[in-house]
Design a binder for this molecule. Structure first.
Ligand code: DGY
Length: 321
């Protein structure tokens, strides 16, 4: 008999086929995201759950006594209560490696879009406001090439950003990380810095650290004040790594030049969030890994994790040992 699993969100056909070969699959087919209560009912008899974003906590685990594995279609797994998973002997998995380049591409895109005011000037042209102007400085932005990037969180995605920054844009690379990375230092001529030093020196401060208790609100009022007034802040990690009110204040006070944001304190962002009114802020709806190719690769990796665990071979990408 095949093990029962539940898929809480759509996956590409190829991935669904693969899962059906190995498991008895039930999936959510509703128009909207599955409501929490329905999810709890659906997982009552399953051994595997393929999901993303849903809070995986004691309540959910208690509702699924047969559960052996929860596979997140995401590299970040801050939606997991890891201690609750460990306590119930349920394996949690994520999808590292397959999204590194795609997230790094978006990071660079946000740097460029903010520095060269792409979103703001796109709106200007499309609003049919483009007339001959006396002073072209109206359209000026700032250079990305040969500037200094400060990467907070030098994991695989951080390295993919460093590679693009160093070799694509001739940037000087500074980084801050839990531990020093001698290999990365060699490859990208990257310099390890304590956080205040990085903030003082970087033209682009790029947040790529996972959200943990240690990184929650890692940047707040004091940190934004330490940055250059010309600095551009880019966040592609999680909104909660930053005190968003402090970021808003820093932008309002001109403590920094602008921000490119993929992630927010609350997602979807509240309609009255002041960030939405700022022309020097570029916003996108948490699309770090959102390309068709990468999302398929992530879903397949998540599927392989489930199958591997349910076949007794262990997880490929366990989030705890
Ligand atoms: C992840 O996988 O954690 C990314 O945030 C998705 O874009």
């Amino acid at each position: 008999m095949k093990p029962k699993i539940f898929i809480s969100q759509p996956v590409p056909e190829k991935v669904e086929q693969y899962l059906r070969e190995h498991c008895e699959v039930k999936e959510w087919r509703g128009e909207d995201r599955i409501p929490r209560e329905t999810l709890l009912q659906e997982i009552a008899n399953v051994e595997g759950l393929l999901t993303a974003w849903h809070k995986i906590d004691e309540e959910l685990l208690a509702a699924a006594p047969n559960l052996k594995v929860v596979s997140n279609v995401s590299v970040g797994y801050n939606n997991f209560d890891v201690e609750a998973l460990r306590g119930r002997n349920v394996i949690g998995t994520n999808t590292p490696y397959v999204l590194d380049d795609t997230v790094a591409d978006l990071t660079i895109a946000l740097m460029l879009a903010t520095a060269r005011r792409i979103a703001e000037l796109d709106q200007y042209v499309k609003a049919k406001k483009w007339e001959p102007v006396k002073d072209e400085a109206l359209f000026f932005g700032v250079d990305v090439h040969h500037a200094t990037i400060g990467i907070i969180g030098m994991g695989r995605i951080g390295e993919a950003v460093a590679q693009r920054a160093k070799f694509g844009f001739n940037m000087d690379v500074l980084y801050h990380n839990r531990s020093q990375k001698p290999e990365a230092e060699k490859k990208y001529e990257a310099e390890y810095c304590e956080l205040p030093d990085l903030l003082r020196r970087a033209d682009f401060v790029v947040m790529l650290t996972p959200l943990t208790e240690e990184t929650h609100h890692l940047l707040g009022e004091q940190e934004f004040k330490q940055m250059k007034k010309s600095a551009i802040f880019v966040n592609v990690s999680r909104g909660q790594t930053v005190d968003e009110l402090a970021l808003i204040t820093a932008l309002q006070n001109g403590d920094i030049y602008g921000a490119g944001l993929d992630v927010f304190q609350k997602e979807p962002i509240e309609k009255d969030n002041p960030l939405l009114e700022m022309s020097n802020v570029v916003t996108v709806p948490h699309i770090g890994s959102a390309t068709a190719q990468t999302r398929e690769a992530m879903a397949m990796r998540a599927a392989q994790n489930i199958v591997s665990v349910l076949q007794g071979k262990g997880a490929i990408d366990p989030v705890y040992k």
